[in-house]
Ligand binder design. Sequence first.
Ligand code: TGC
Ligand code: FAD
Length: 396
Amino acid sequence: MTIAGHKHAAPPGAVDLLNIDALYSEEERMIRDTVRAFVRDRVLPNIAEWFEEGLLPRELGTELGRLGLLGMHLHGYGCPGASAVAYGIACMELEAGDSGVRSFASVQGSLAMFAIHRWASEEQKQLWLPRMARGEALGCFGLTEPDFGSNPGDMRTHARRDGSDWIITGTKMWITNGGIADVAVIWAQTDEGIRGFAVPTTAKGFSAHGIERKLSLRASVTSELVLDNCRVPAECAFPEVRGLRGPLACLNEARYGIIWGTMGAARACYETALDYAKHRVQFDRPIAGYQITQEKLVNMLLELNKGTLLALHIGRMKDEGRAHPTHVSFGKLNNVREALKIAREARTILGANGVTLEYPVIRHMNNLESVLTYEGTSEVHTLILGQHITGENAFM
Ligand code: TGC
Ligand code: FAD
């Protein structure tokens, strides 16, 4: 089809209809292709089994490290110093495999490594970051507690001084990579307000306990961390930062990765549904020929392309130093919500096949329920945006 008076344009693709690809640089496309190939060869052949068994192999850490995907957007200490957009594209490709794999990289790079990179002493950075970038040491990030999820400011975990040491006591809940981590970034109340600590998981008084029976993000280790008078030396404390802005600065990074990641999961669902619809015959013709199926697919296509453009826009803003946490809330709220809708719609197109692990759709759909909740629930991001536009704080 051509438009009269205009030069022939190549027909748009059925997935990247807006040709967003053309907006990426050569280097960004190369990173995308590398991560996509890794996911195709290493993740997709195994992920249904990992999901079913409820595991993620520890060695994935060194494999992701070799690809430069851990702490990818950090500078120095063996980290690649990639752009925010390049990091986002990597998240998108990892999550096209599984949200658990993206979460593994997010928690390592954007939460644990970012926290140490941003807030720890020089000595602690040297101690942890190069090994973490290679995936030889793993990190986790303990903010949430059993009674304080959306409202971490009231956390109960506390740290007190004992000579030059700190003694930390409390429980952290729902901690990704907790059971396989070598270092746990722990946020605790102190006499001077909330402070952060890089706690070696070998420290006396530290233990991690697996959270079992999850029906979402099964290919991801989720743990309860118990700190029972856990003693750590003074140098483990982050020297300067006080208050909730310490952990929230890290959350901005991980939330940003989710804006992209969810579009990877959504793309996998859309592609699966489109292919299925073209081949599944009912009433003597492919179900893709029915108007209701087409409407579902078109709605998915619209939100997939809009969400990916949004991710790229916020990514370019971030690279130019213009992204505000409010932009990140906008992207996280929109893209998780739309990805979940796409996954649910894709599942209906697959009929009964939509409920098995033979296809990726229900796995993505179930995973996205966790993504909707973690890193600030949809309600939290709605209220952050609501406060921004009205000036009224509706949290309390
Ligand atoms: P509030 O009074 O608004 O702020 C306290 C201090 O923090 C500063 N601040 C921020 N700083 C950096 N980035 C942000 N996005 C910030 N938002 C606020 C603020 O300026 C203030 O600084 P200061 O110096 O004046 O003290 O705090 P509040 O207690 O009213 O809470 C605000 C609220 C509800 C938005 C916040 O608590 C929140 O975001 N809650 C959600 C908690 C959450 O997202 N938890 C995630 C845990 S980690 C996780 O889920 C990992 S999942 C695995 C994966 O990522 O793959
Ligand atoms: P609550 O805060 O109890 O919320 C319950 C409901 O109430 C939600 O719908 C919420 O939106 C709503 N609500 C709460 N307050 C308000 C309000 N003021 N107005 C309107 N509605 C409100 N945390 C970490 O620290 N590190 C991790 O690595 C980590 N990994 C996770 C992995 C998984 C698989 C999951 C599921 C969670 C993980 N989390 C992690 C925890 C996650 O960040 C919390 O679950 C999340 O912040 C929500 O807290 P909550 O579950 O206690 O829910």
